[in-house]
Design a protein around this ligand. Structure first.
Ligand SMILES: Cc1ncc(COP(=O)(O)O)c(C=O)c1O
Length: 495
């Protein structure tokens, strides 16, 4: 302590400590804004798509010395969220794989942040920790995994896949990879396909395997992993002294929603003693719908599964889930002992600290938005809506088939429809150029919003319906806008 420091008793400093009436005043304005958003969402442009400089000029402001009033704060929130936001929950937003965000989930998120448990440590979050573990066991059960399976929530699919593959590495390599690193044994190999999401490369990089350790196997005509190629690749790697570690099968590829032949892959993994990881980040929730579940047959045999509540469970960003057949393997992959986290488990009766099962130590109560959304709607409503999304994708494919100048570009997989605007007589590479321009102009236009897939060399338009607000009218509107912009751009480009 320096001689000049004041040691008198500090007077209270309360500006950050809000009583309930101050909270209520701001919350009521925020709730009004949320209601205005919900009531007007379908009339809002999905995006203003202004250049970055314009957005910065509109929403950035210096951090003030003195706090803003509630009215100023809420006006700023309107600018940030509504005027200058992108409305991923708009019924005509069908791009990438972006869930729409449920209302009870949003309300739960506010309360979770308000109470602010730390779900890294059981003792700091008993109710929250138990709910998250229960939810993960429930999902494991939906996937058909046995008792003893479980997992945790992470930030999204990228992280969920990495955590599953970390468990594979630490369990499957056969030496102490955590202590000695991967250089202490033969090179480890992962098996994926040309359709597997790029986060597998990122996981291979982060886990020290290197992206060259990912074998990108060919796919069959339905864009599913070729099982003969998988067997051959494993044999070739073994012959070269490498160690086949894990197969990354996908249940719902990002481009087309194709599902790898999970049961056949499970047979290969069993025969070869290789870990089976399933990236079900997008397609996993299909197991909740009776009509779709059979497509995922074999997923029950996975050693680990990534699935994303913030995609087809309609939960707000961000929420990814990872499940492992034996939840102890997550503890084996992540447990560390910190001297400053001391606990007498016997005396306190403490449960599992989720911070010991994954990469994050301190964690928020992410599970609450998922839990409350499931409680508020019930399993039946979820099953119906997921099934409905797939029906809308099939409806879209039918309409594409009926329209002039439209072509279906891939079989409908789950709730994804890939198609092209294809004027008669036009060929490659012109069609790719035309459809790329249509997508860009459509995103700038803001009435509807879809994205693309690259199928081989072909650039195609892609709608992915994981939006609980989308209905058949919205699908028709997307096709109408594509037809309108397609005709104009075709005239421009070919004229
Ligand atoms: C199959 C698949 N895996 C992984 C990811 C990555 O998920 P996230 O963006 O949540 O990290 C995606 C994203 O679309 C995906 O579709």
């Amino acid at each position: 302590m320096s001689a000049t420091q004041d040691t008198s008793r500090p007077a209270p400093v309360t500006e950050l400590d809000w009583a309930s009436d101050r909270m209520r005043a701001l919350a009521e304005l925020a709730v009004d804004l949320y209601a205005e958003f919900l009531d007007g969402l379908d009339q809002l442009p999905i995006s203003r798509h202004a250049p970055a400089g314009e957005v910065r000029a509109a929403v950035l402001r210096p951090v003030p010395e003195d706090g803003l009033s509630d009215d100023e704060l809420v006006a700023h929130l309107r600018d940030v969220l509504i005027e200058w936001g992108v409305q991923c929950g708009h019924p005509r937003f069908l791009a990438y794989v972006t869930g729409s965000g449920t209302v009870p989930g949003a309300i739960a998120e506010m309360l979770a942040a308000g109470v602010n448990m730390n779900v890294g440590g059981w003792q700091l979050s008993p109710s929250a920790s138990e709910i998250e573990m229960h939810l993960m066991r429930w999902f494991a059960g939906r996937f058909g995994m046995p008792a003893g399976a479980g997992g945790l929530l992470v930030s999204g699919g990228a992280m969920a896949n990495m955590v599953g593959l970390k468990a594979a590495r630490d369990h499957g390599a056969g030496w102490d990879t955590r202590r000695d690193g991967i250089a202490a044994g033969p090179p480890l190999v992962l098996y994926a396909t040309s359709e597997t999401h790029v986060v597998t490369d990122r996981a291979a990089d982060a886990l020290g395997l290197g992206t060259a350790a990912v074998r990108r196997l060919p796919v069959d005509q339905d864009l599913r992993m070729s099982v003969p190629s998988l067997r051959e690749a494993i044999a070739a790697d073994r012959a070269a002294g490498r160690l086949p570690l894990a197969v990354v099968a996908t249940a719902g590829t990002t481009s087309t929603g194709a599902i790898d032949p999970l049961a056949a892959i499970a047979d290969v993994c069993r025969d070869e003693g290789v870990w089976m990881h399933v990236d079900a980040a997008y397609g996993g929730p299909a197991v909740l719908a009776d009509d779709l579940r059979p497509q995922l047959a074999g997923i029950d045999r996975a050693d680990s599964i990534a699935f994303d509540p913030h995609k087809w469970l309609y939960i707000a960003q961000s929420a990814g889930g990872v499940l492992v057949r034996d939840v102890q393997l997550l503890a084996d992959a992540y447990q560390v002992h910190a001297t400053y986290v001391w606990q007498d488990r016997e005396r306190t009766g403490a449960g599992v600290s989720i911070g010991e099962l994954g990469p994050q130590y301190s964690r928020g109560f992410q599970a609450l938005k998922l839990w409350v959304s499931l409680l508020a709607h019930g399993g039946r409503a979820y099953a119906e809506r997921i099934s409905h999304d797939a029906a809308l994708a099939r409806y879209m494919a039918e309409r594409v088939g009926e329209r002039d100048r439209f072509q279906l570009a891939a079989p409908v997989g789950l709730s994804i429809c890939c198609f092209r605007y294809a004027p008669e007589g036009a060929g490659e590479p012109y069609l790719s150029r035309l459809n790329e321009r249509i997508m860009t102009e459509l995103q700038l236009d803001g009435r509807v919003y879809i994205s693309n897939a690259l199928l081989g060399e072909r650039f195609v338009l892609r709608a992915c319906i994981v939006n609980h607000r989308t209905e058949a009218d919205d699908i028709d509107a997307v096709l109408d806008v594509v037809a309108e912009l397609g005709a104009r751009l075709h005239d421009e480009l070919s004229g």
